[in-house]
Design a binder for this molecule. Structure first.
Ligand code: ASP
Ligand code: MG
Length: 861
């Protein structure tokens, strides 16, 4: 391709990216690649990391003549990098260093710095850094022209804009600009220039506001009509939440400009909010990528919206928002009242972000970015506003926003997520008119927890794999090394498993080593005193034996389960069995009491209707904590619409009857559902049970239930077991008088089990391909019942590449008899062994003889 035809591409590298030799090596290889692809490269870069801060500090401290050390620090940073890059710093930066010293002296003399001087000083950071960078690039690539961005980015003198903004937060036009393009064309096909800086109509230096290098890069891209804008930074893209506080946050593979704008505006600091519009206007795709990991593809922002289904993409939080609540003094309905109120905001230069109104109150939030002067004007502003209404300033609150598209249309699906607000005070709810943003304002301390919970409910559990990529730890290879990250046990035991199928045919296989590993994780939750295995998940005798050996008790939900435990372990202490029936017939309660096992009532009915049965007995009570959690509505077991547990409003009556009948309530029990990844869930249950326990008196045991979530497939996050432990530790410190019990089921056995079945027939209906196997929903009903997604592999061909997308279906006469839909699969042949992973829980126990097809048997290894 000749230069005339070559297209430009803009690469922007941030402060951290340009501060080490290691990163510079990556930068050079990216530039090389782009040039090899035939692009001309305009590289825009920031000051070295932290230098803009130091220069701001210089401006602040100059009047006190305390700047000598700071100037030296700034110089040293450049010497250090220059040495690492092996470029001659003195030669390259001598003029800049002396100009810097000169300016600082001037500021000290005058005792303050005008906006003009501030802009010139701040611009030094970018000017110095790019001189080092350009020298390095030139040496490595043999080409590269340093260009002064001030010759390209001319800023506009807007009306009604303060002098400060015109100089320190300037804006430029976003039209194509032939003169800029010509300037770059003339400089060659690789230029290195500065972010952040420009010049005004008089040619004087201005800057674009902190973080403005992104904006510069977008201006360059717009002005020269670049094919693409790449923002290279120290994170691998934009995420579904801040990965620092939500480790399960997922990379956003693709965003529309509008979504990206909303995310950038609402707190993600990866991309400057003003950098999107110029790109959007010219349909220039933005790629956000990580300098340290150039092989990752990052986030792509473009108008090529893959689909426009409603979706929450990010949960963002902005801390330290200020709310102004205005209560009317009777003049509410008067025409012009709001106008008068807002006029006061205008007068004080306060920019309003969110608004929420009621009959007699208007509450607004101040845009945190734009109102740094609020504290200076607060007193006068409040005084003036108080003339119109009763004013309350609410501080230390955070705005938590759900960002995505067409959020209004999916609010009903968010029902479960909203349960998290039960214990929270919400100061303001705001739905953006563009339907891309739904915001709640809550206390600062609550914000992080709320974000984690909302994220868990809305994003982790959505199972959407198209929009959401890997988590930060997965991308950056920082996964904690626990057993859950090892490669699946069935890969290691492939040969053994294939042999087993050869001999025994289609079967469930349970791996005892894996059972033990998961048991150890539950045992590591220190504050828990006693663990029961909820045997309804898997009642295989050998599995039960393993848990008995490990010292677990048994939680049973039917008299049949109780009997099985007693048959297997006739000597077991009856106290190690907890029987928790739901709507069971009266006889089961009688039998349990006779057997002497712990018995849980989960309804007031037995006490009212069969009082004689329970007189003088010890009982557990199952309480409905009032909310439910879980991966699917069928597995939520708390809340009004769940059939489990005694509602809180009946506790008083329960207490009376307990007293009358001389019953001892030994323990309270709650179980709110399954597949829970929110580590605080058990502590919340403990708090609620504790309240009830105090009401009833005499309770020793709080059984917090199970529901410990596993990673159902490779796209999911782990439950943070340590966090469960430390939150329960806090509870235990606050309320040392209680024994804590838990009763996991699925968590203990799911991963240890696989279902092995064989391919019967293949079918292709055009694009839709079917792989038939010899058992289906008769053995394993979770996919049909809950839409559960289980990893499925062709165990006979583990090493062969996936070549097609298939549905894996069973032989049952039922169109829902599908084990997996749209799975990438290698070419399969009749007789191949297909493995369905994580089927150790609720597999065999839920199987049936439907169609008179016997379900898979069980083998324990
Ligand atoms: N150096 C400037 C700052 O730190 C601009 C940038 O890096 O984006 O604010
Ligand atoms: Mg930045």
């Amino acid at each position: 391709m000749s230069n005339e035809e070559a297209h430009w591409i803009v690469l922007k590298f941030g402060g951290t990216s340009v501060s080490s030799l290691e990163n510079w090596k990556n930068i050079v290889s990216v530039i090389k690649q782009r040039r090899a692809e035939g692009y001309r490269v305009c590289m825009v870069h920031s000051a070295l990391s932290g230098i803009s801060d130091k220069l701001e500090e210089l401006i602040e401290r100059a009047p006190e003549n305390e700047t000598g050390e700071l100037v030296q620090e700034v110089k040293n940073r450049h010497y250090e990098l220059g040495e690492a890059l092996e470029v001659p710093v003195d030669e390259l930066l001598a003029d800049d260093f002396s100009e810097l010293e000169h300016m600082v002296k001037g500021m000290e003399l005058i005792g303050e710095a005008s906006y003009r001087v501030q802009a010139r000083l701040l611009a030094m950071g970018e000017l110095m850094a790019t001189k080092l960078g350009a020298a390095y690039v030139r040496r490595e690539l043999g080409t590269g022209a340093w260009i002064d961005a001030r010759d390209c980015i001319r800023t506009e003198t807007l009306k009604d804009v303060s002098e400060r903004s015109l100089i320190l937060a300037a804006v430029s036009a976003t039209d194509e600009d032939a003169s800029v393009r010509e300037r770059l064309d003339a400089a060659g096909d690789l230029v290195v220039t500065q972010g952040f800086i420009g010049s005004d109509e008089n040619g004087k230096t201005v800057v674009l506001g902190r973080g403005g290098s992104d904006v510069s890069a977008a201006y360059f891209a717009a002005k020269i009509g670049a094919d693409r804008l790449e923002i290279w930074t120290d994170v691998p893209g934009l995420f579904s939440a801040n990965p620092q506080t939500v480790p399960s946050a997922r990379l956003l593979n693709h965003l529309s400009y509008k979504e990206a704008q909303e995310i950038a505006t609402n707190g993600a600091e990866v991309l400057h909010p003003r950098s999107i519009l110029p790109a959007r206007k010219h349909h220039i795709p933005i790629h956000v990528r990580c300098t340290q990991r150039p092989e990752l593809s990052g986030t792509v922002i473009s108008d090529e919206s893959s689909d426009d289904a409603a979706l929450v993409k990010t949960i963002a939080v902005r801390k330290d928002v200020v709310l102004i609540s205005m209560e009317s003094l009777g003049m509410w309905q008067q025409v012009g009242f709001l106008a008068e109120v807002f006029e006061v905001f205008r007068q004080y230069g306060l920019s309003i972000d969110l608004i929420s109104t009621s009959e007699s109150n208007v509450t607004v939030s101040l845009d945190p970015g734009l109102n740094s002067h609020f504290h200076d004007v607060r007193k006068l502003f409040v005084e003036e506003l108080s003339g119109l209404c009763r004013v309350k300033v609410i501080e230390s609150v955070s705005a938590v926003s759900l960002l995505g598209r067409r959020i209004r249309t999916i609010l009903h699906q968010l029902g479960g997520a909203f349960e998290v607000f039960e214990e929270q005070k919400v100061y303001l709810v705001n739905q953006a008119a563009n339907d891309l943003n739904f915001t709640f304002v809550v206390e600062n301390e609550q914000a992080e927890r709320l974000v984690r919970q909302l994220h868990d409910h809305i994003i982790t559990q959505s199972g959407n794999q198209q929009s959401f990529g890997l988590t930060w730890p997965e991308l950056m290879g920082e996964q904690e090394k626990d057993v859950r990250d090892q490669q699946p046990w069935w890969k290691e035991k492939q040969e053994q498993l294939l042999d087993l199928v050869e001999r025994s045919g289609t079967s469930y296989v349970y791996d005892t080593d894996t059972l033990k590993k998961y048991a150890a994780m539950i045992e590591s939750i220190d504050p828990v005193d006693y663990r029961l295995y909820a045997m309804k998940a898997n009642a295989n005798p050998e599995v039960l034996r393993t848990f008995r050996e490990l010292g677990f008790g048994f939680e049973c939900v039917s008299i049949g389960e109780v009997r099985r435990v007693l048959e297997l372990f006739p000597d077991i202490d009856r106290g190690e069995i907890l029987f928790t029936p739901n709507f069971a017939p009266r006889t089961e309660y009688g039998e349990a009491l006779e057997l002497g096992v712990n018995l849980t009532l989960d309804n007031i009915y037995p006490l009212r209707e069969w009082p004689a049965l329970f007189e003088d007995e010890e009982l557990f009570l199952r309480i409905d904590p009032g909310h439910g959690h879980g991966h699917h509505k069928h597995v939520k077991t708390g809340g009004m619409h769940s059939k489990f547990g005694i509602p809180r409003f009946e506790i008083e009556e329960v207490a009376e009857r307990v007293e009358e009948l001389n019953i001892t309530v030994r323990g309270l029990h709650a179980h709110i559902g399954s597949g829970i990844k929110d580590p605080y869930s058990w502590k919340r249950t403990a708090i609620i049970l504790h309240e009830v326990a105090e009401e009833l008196g005499g309770v020793d045991i709080l059984d917090l239930g199970g529901g410990f979530g596993i990673r159902e497939n490779e796209t999911e996050a782990h439950l943070d077991v340590q966090e469960v432990a430390s939150s329960l530790e806090q509870f235990r410190e606050a309320h040392p008088g209680y024994e804590l019990w838990v009763e996991p089921g699925r968590f203990l056995v799911a991963v240890a089990g696989v279902l092995l079945t064989r391919v019967t027939q293949l079918k292709g209906k055009g694009q839709v391909k079917y792989v038939g196997v010899d058992t289906g929903m008769n053995s394993f009903i979770r996919p049909a019942l809950y839409g559960a997604r289980h990893t499925i592999v062709n165990l006979s061909r583990l090493d062969e590449p996936n070549s097609q997308s298939v549905n894996i279906v069973g032989p049952i006469c039922e169109s829902g008899d599908k084990l997996g839909i749209d799975r990438l699969f290698p070419h399969a042949g009749e007789g191949d062994v297909v493995l369905v992973a994580n089927t150790g829980a609720y597999g065999q126990v839920m199987s049936s003889n439907y169609n008179l097809r016997p379900p898979a048997g069980e083998i324990v290894i």
